[in-house]
Design a protein around this ligand. Structure first.
Ligand code: AMP
Ligand code: ZN
Ligand code: FE
Ligand code: FE
Length: 290
């Protein structure tokens, strides 16, 4: 059984609509897929309809932008109640922070001689509900300033880069409380990937588990074999769920095809059980005939 628990649609910085993403996952033979757009649940309803049509199982999730000891940490929240007022308020604050920084990023690029505008940025990703650096990267591609997203990040948009502007992110421990309070299961995404590698050691995971963390995303392209072995050991010691995912972004990122990294069924079952125990109103959608 192929289970992929972390993907992005055009509602955030992926390139396929939520329905197209779910249909592609079903066509690829996946049995369960999670839609985890950055900081938003805007794609959920469309994804549910496509999951019911195709019979694939859908886990409704969010990849939440958080901060821990000064470093950015992406937190996957599976099956939370999206109407929970406290969770919603914090997600709204994160999304507002994303939008607030856009003019400053574009101004920096104009200072560098690249004629970017907010209008052109909006045209790059008409369905997007949460602007991120990948959208700015796509605009730079469209203007011919760079060849692809990777080059846009390498030259302009990397953390601390010439067009980088920081933004609000939720405190990780606070967000763990909000996610679990909303019945969701919290799993740290790619903890030893780009940004968060330095701060998330075993002692940190011990504290986070006590604060409500449910799992660790271990099998992710950003992790080499050693990182995976180390994270698996920590998860085992702390009784945390182990997940894997493609972190698919459609055409926006190469090497992240749907189902390229997967989660074991037993681990998904632990997530579903934990969500039910936390009072989640949001079970697995679709999944007809399984
Ligand atoms: P933001 O959400 O605006 O902070 O942008 C961060 C997002 O950009 C991450 O979630 C990644 O998906 C993406 N990203 C980060 N670095 C790169 C890169 N070098 N190439 C392509 N995408 C990247
Ligand atoms: Zn992304
Ligand atoms: Fe991420
Ligand atoms: Fe992601």
């Amino acid at each position: 059984m192929t289970i992929d628990l972390h993907t992005h649609s055009s509602v955030s910085d992926g390139t396929e609509s939520p329905a197209d993403l779910v249909r592609a996952a079903a066509a690829a033979g996946l049995e369960v897929v999670a839609l985890t757009d950055h900081d938003t649940t805007a794609g959920w309803d469309e994804a549910v309809v496509a999951a019911e049509d195709t019979g694939i199982g859908l886990v409704r999730g969010i990849e939440v932008s958080t901060r821990y000891r000064g470093e950015g940490v992406h937190l996957l929240a599976y099956l939370p109640d999206r109407d929970d007022p406290a969770l919603r308020a914090e997600l709204d604050r994160i999304v507002a922070g994303r939008e607030d920084r856009v003019p400053a990023m574009l101004a920096r690029l104009r200072d560098l001689g690249i004629p970017v505008t907010e209008e052109a940025l909006a045209e790059v990703s008409p369905d997007n509900q949460v602007t991120g650096r990948p959208h700015v990267a796509d605009l730079l591609v469209r203007l011919g300033a760079v060849h692809d997203r990777d080059e846009a990040f390498a030259r302009y948009l990397y953390d601390g880069g010439p067009a980088f502007v920081d933004r609000y992110a939720a405190d990780l421990v606070t967000m763990l409380g909000l996610v679990t309070g909303a019945g969701g299961v919290a799993v740290v995404a790619h903890p030893w990937g780009r940004a968060s590698a330095g701060v998330l050691d075993e002692a940190a995971f011990t504290d986070l588990a006590a604060a409500g963390l449910g799992g660790i995303e271990v099998d992710h392209l950003d992790h080499d074999r050693r990182a995976r072995a180390g994270l698996r050991t920590i998860a085992g010691r702390l009784g945390l769920v182990v997940t894997g995912s493609s972190d698919h972004h459609g055409a926006g990122k190469t090497g992240h095809d749907l189902g390229s990294e997967t989660t074991d069924r037993a681990q998904l079952d632990r997530i579903l059980e934990r969500a039910a125990a936390l009072g989640s109103p949001t079970g697995l959608a679709g999944g007809r005939g399984r």
